[in-house]
Design a binder for this molecule. Structure first.
Ligand code: GLU
Length: 333
């Protein structure tokens, strides 16, 4: 089997060193195994799109020497690699999920959902679009086929939501974390397709990993909770056998260990948190990079590869077992 990994950033600003480290781990696994390293740009959230961010990502990876084998700016047989250029691909999968009873059309307006939210907040509860409330909301589970047909004919705006099953334990196998169990009653019915037809991260991510034949997903641990939804999507789309292996990397913390290293911590602690300088709209949103600070890329990559001794050892042990070769050290070191 050829290992295929991807780095899938969203172009929402400069690429933080946590992102570079994620790219590095993916790159190392690809290089160690003779596999492919893909750069996919996940820009389905157009409200968070920042001009220049995509070029920054490509330049940062190139400066660090983490050159993708395929991807935006690099070509490849699974192009296009920018999700907004793949918009037409996703609808058929959302439709497939509806036809198999695993997703539904939701016509609730933003105002109606906001009203629900406020109603529950007044009772100190949180609103979640899930199995406990979906029977009372404006969706295709609660209307006749004729009404649904009419709404679709009239182009009434809709989203498509995943129908999360009740009372199930969803198992996520993670190479670093081991077995992680999720109670499906805790999960909301995630939007898969937004009003206007743009997919959400969840749908696009799964469809693309499947179509791009990704074998291993290595990403930050903030994505671990979403993986429960992703496991359901693989199952409902009939792709379970092709589901990639997941590894969720611990986040890079502040020097005092209290919380995630943020972009503003660079100024606070006196070291860069970005590979290259970034000029944002305001001085507060502009940051100096390792490159401009005078570091050599080899030194920066070496430094990044040693972040988090414990996680490194856990990951290394795993990869040793899987591939019989370390991705961080050669066996004899
Ligand atoms: N687009 C996600 C991000 O910005 C990617 C998460 C993933 O790798 O699945 O981090």
């Amino acid at each position: 089997m050829k290992y295929r990994v991807r780095f899938a950033p969203s172009p929402t600003g400069a690429l933080h060193i946590g992102g570079v480290r994620t790219a590095l781990y993916n790159y190392l696994l690809a290089k160690q195994t003779g596999g492919d390293f893909i750069l996919r740009i996940e820009d389905t959230d157009q409200t968070r799109f920042v001009p220049g961010a995509e070029d920054y990502i490509i330049e940062a990876l190139s400066w660090c020497g983490l050159m993708p084998d395929e991807g935006v700016g690099f070509g490849g047989s699974h192009a296009p690699y920018r999700q907004s250029d793949r918009k037409e691909i996703y609808f058929q999968y959302a439709k497939q999920l509806i036809d198999s009873g695993h997703a539904y059309y939701a016509f609730d307006t933003a105002e109606a959902l906001q009203a629900q939210r406020e109603l529950l907040e007044a009772q100190k509860l949180t609103f979640k679009y899930d199995a406990t409330v979906r029977d009372q909301l404006d969706n295709s589970l609660n209307m006749t086929a004729a009404t649904l047909e009419q709404k679709l004919q009239q182009n009434e705006p809709y989203t498509i939501r995943l129908k999360v099953p009740k009372d199930e334990t969803i198992l996520v196998q993670d190479l670093i974390r081991g077995e992680v169990h999720f109670n499906s009653n805790e999960l909301d019915d995630k939007v898969l397709l937004k009003v206007g037809g743009m997919p959400t991260y969840h749908l696009a991510n799964i469809v693309d990993d499947y179509l791009m034949k990704v074998t291993h997903v290595i990403r930050g641990e903030e994505w671990l909770p979403s993986t429960a939804h992703h496991v359901l999507l693989y199952r409902f789309l009939g792709w379970e056998a092709a589901m990639p292996t997941f590894s969720h990397l611990p986040l890079i913390l502040k020097p005092d260990g209290k919380g995630k290293l943020s972009k503003r911590d660079g100024a606070k602690f006196g070291f860069p948190v970005f590979p290259l300088s970034w000029t944002g709209e305001t001085p507060e949103d502009s940051f100096i990079g390792f490159r401009e600070f005078g570091f050599l890329p080899e030194a920066v990559v070496n430094f990044f590869s040693f972040f988090g001794l414990e996680s490194r050892d856990r990951a290394r042990n795993f990869f040793h077992r899987r591939t019989n070769r370390g991705i961080f050290y050669r066996e004899n070191q």
